[in-house]
Each structure stands twice: as structure tokens, then as C-alpha cells.
Design a protein around this ligand. Structure first.
Ligand SMILES: Cc1ncc(COP(=O)(O)O)c(C=O)c1O
Length: 368
């Protein structure tokens, strides 16, 4: 039996949503980013609970994910943050899924299919204000933005952009992006002759720029409990997801015992080694070799040796009372000790996002 499991506390999600709502401009919608299976937390349960807590907008990366959201929340608004393909247009119209359009050709192609359906496709336009990713570049050449807005069969209802940087030491970077966004929506609204739904900030922008709440914000990581490590930040949230496993064997070994592939660790004293059921095949990153830590029976212990595909090894020290079957917290809290995804991310040279989304979807999840 696989020893690994995830527990996800939906009451904490509800609390996180309320904490964000309280700080947000009341006119601003929460567009909850649930792409990549809700950052590894599971789309259906996360969306259902968020919707029950009053979140009516959700954003995903791909059309397939939008269909999953639609099943969980039949009346929600759904935004696809990436370009959809022409085959996805009829179902987008039928299921009220709002894609992003990224250039005039894309707009024309989608509109062509919509025309065959005899119904307009509602879409948002994404402007590249400095991310260098999707959408027309905001510049003096406004022809692409104009062409998209004037595409017949397409009903542009919103405009957005994505911050590449929120750097408090170099605020001009995000300020420049914002300036471009203002220019773009001013132009777009003049062309379309109506007010569009404007949305600009993801988690870090939300924390530092309340004046940019606009008509919507697109939090992801913040609602999963990260991106608020400074207590002075505007919104405080708590992690929902904990990852547990079990000790499979405890072994007493002498000083100098090599541990794991290529003996990258040797015990420095007579000690106990615990073998624990998880490895890189589960998403426990190999870069945590000799760098991770876990919680066992109220004690924080180091991950030693290389992470292998299905097992990791912990150095328990000589005295810890531990036996096969005992619980190991890989992400989460035990007594007063905590190991969270952002800390693991720093240890692995990455970010909480990658720690969470790397967790293999086959690992059983329980919700409370
Ligand atoms: C366009 C867009 N908006 C919002 C988000 C959410 O970002 P965060 O999780 O930092 O809040 C993402 C995430 O990658 C994104 O690509």
C-alpha cells in the first residue's frame, strides 16, 4: 500500500477567501486561479468550496481544465488564461467559458467558428505590458489591439495583463507595466465604446498595490496559503495542504555508514535511519537530497542521502523514539514544528508553486 497521502483543509480555504475579500476593494471580483489542478489541491473540491464561499470567477490555463471547473460550478464565470483552439469554440460558447485572445489571427480564427455557430464568442484581451508572453505588445503601434477589438463575431468583455515583476527595490518596473496597462485599456474602451472588465494583479501585486484592484484580481498562490510571508502584508492566509507518509523501517547504523545512491551522505555518529515512503516519482523533488527536512514524532529531522524514486531516508539521531508505521509530515505541521512548501522550495532552489504542482495527482487526497 502506498504510504503517502495529502490532507486538504477546505475550512482554511474559506478563511483565506474571507481574509482576501475583507481587504479587497468591494468592486473587485476574486478571479481564483485554479490551473494545474488547483495548484495540486484538486479542482473539483477547491472550486466547489470557493464557489460556496462566494467566489464566482475562476481562471485556468487550458480548456480541459475549464470543463472541470464547469462541472464543479455550473454557474461560475470561467476564464481560460491561455489561447484556446478553434475546435474548442463551440463548447466555449455553449458552456459560457471565456477565453483570452492573443493576436488578430487568433481572434479571427475563433470568430470564424463562432460565426458558424451563429453566436458571438465572449472573450478577454490580454495585453503584454512587460511579461513578454501572450497578447499583443502595448506600444505606439496599436494596430493589433484595434484589429482584435474590431473582429466581428467576437465580443470582448474584459482586458487584462500580467505582472512580470513586483519588486519593491525597483518599483518602476511594475509601475511601467501598469502605465502601459492604463494606456491599453483606455484605448480598448475607446474603440469598443464600453467599459471592459479590467484585471491586472496576481498574488504579489494584490499584496502591494491595493490601488490596482480594478474590477478583478487573479490570486492563485495566496489563496493556497503562500505569498504572505511578511506579517505586514495586506492579506494573510494559511496553507491548506499537508503531505504525510509513514516510516517503513527504522535501522540502527554505526558512524560512517553510507546512505543512498553514490553514498552522498555518511552518518557522523551511531544513529537511526528511517526509510520513508515517498520519492521523486511522487513529486518529492530530487533536489531536496541532503537538503529537505521532515517531522517525525514531534521532531524535525534532516533528509539524508539522495532522494530515490520511491523512498527517502531520514537521520533520526540516536535517541528519537520511532518505529515502522509512525507518521512522517513532509509538508505541514506537527506539534510546534512546521515544514511548508515555500521553505522546501527555498531548500530545493525553487518556489512553493513548483513544490505543490509537482505532487503527483495519483496520491490520495482527503478533504476536511
Ligand atoms: C495570467 C496569470 N494570472 C494570475 C496568476 C496567479 O499567480 P499567483 O499564483 O502568483 O497569484 C497566474 C499564475 O501563473 C497567471 O499566469
Amino acid at each position: 500500500m502506498h504510504a503517502l497521502s495529502l490532507s486538504i483543509n477546505l475550512d482554511l480555504l474559506a478563511e483565506n477567501i474571507r481574509n482576501l475579500r475583507q481587504q479587497l476593494d468591494p468592486k473587485s471580483q476574486i478571479i481564483f486561479v485554479v490551473k494545474s489542478d488547483a495548484y495540486g489541491h484538486g479542482i473539483p473540491e477547491i472550486v466547489r468550496r470557493a464557489y460556496a464561499e462566494g467566489v464566482t470567477w475562476f481562471a485556468v490555463a487550458y480548456f480541459e481544465e475549464a470543463l472541470q471547473v464547469r462541472e464543479a460550478a455550473p454557474h461560475a464565470d470561467i476564464l481560460v488564461l491561455g489561447p484556446i483552439s478553434p475546435e474548442e469554440v463551440p463548447e466555449s460558447i455553449e458552456k459560457n467559458i471565456t477565453p483570452i485572445v492573443v493576436d488578430p489571427d487568433h481572434a479571427k480564427t475563433l470568430a470564424g467558428i463562432a460565426a458558424q455557430q451563429g453566436k458571438p464568442l465572449r472573450a478577454h484581451i490580454k495585453i503584454d505590458t512587460g511579461m513578454g508572453r501572450m497578447g499583443p505588445l502595448e506600444s505606439d503601434d496599436t494596430s493589433d489591439i484595434k484589429a482584435i477589438l474590431n473582429t466581428e463575431g467576437l465580443e470582448i468583455t474584459g482586458i487584462c495583463s500580467h505582472l512580470a515583476t513586483v519588486d519593491l527595490k525597483r518599483p518602476w518596473l511594475q509601475e511601467k507595466q501598469h502605465e502601459r496597462f492604463v494606456k491599453a485599456y483606455t484605448l480598448a474602451e475607446a474603440i469598443s465604446g464600453r467599459r471592459l472588465m479590467r484585471h491586472f494583479c496576481s498574488s504579489r501585486g494584490i499584496q502591494y498595490y491595493p490601488e490596482w484592484d480594478y474590477d478583478g484580481v487573479r490570486p492563485g498562490i495566496l489563496l493556497y496559503g503562500y505569498g504572505c510571508n511578511d506579517p505586514r502584508m495586506r492579506v494573510q492566509t494559511k496553507p491548506l495542504l499537508q503531505m504525510h507518509s509513514r516510516v517503513m523501517q527504522v535501522k540502527r547504523v554505526p558512524e560512517g555508514t553510507p546512505i543512498g545512491y553514490y553514498s552522498s551522505y555518511r552518518t557522523t555518529r551511531a544513529t537511526q535511519i528511517a526509510i520513508v515512503g515517498t520519492g521523486y516519482a511522487d513529486g518529492y523533488l530530487r533536489s531536496l537530497s541532503n537538503r529537505g527536512e521532515a517531522l517525525v514524532n514531534g521532531t524535525r529531522v534532516p533528509v539524508v542521502g539522495r532522494i530515490s524514486m520511491n523512498w527517502i531516508t531520514l537521520d533520526l539521531g540516536p535517541d528519537l523514539d520511532c518505529k515502522a508505521g509512525d507518521e512522517v509530515v513532509l509538508i505541514g505541521a506537527q506539534n510546534e514544528n512546521e515544514v511548508w512548501a515555500d521553505w522546501l522550495g527555498r531548500r530545493a532552489g525553487t518556489i512553493a508553486y513548483e513544490i505543490l504542482t509537482a505532487i503527483h495527482p495519483r496520491i490520495p487526497r482527503s478533504y476536511s
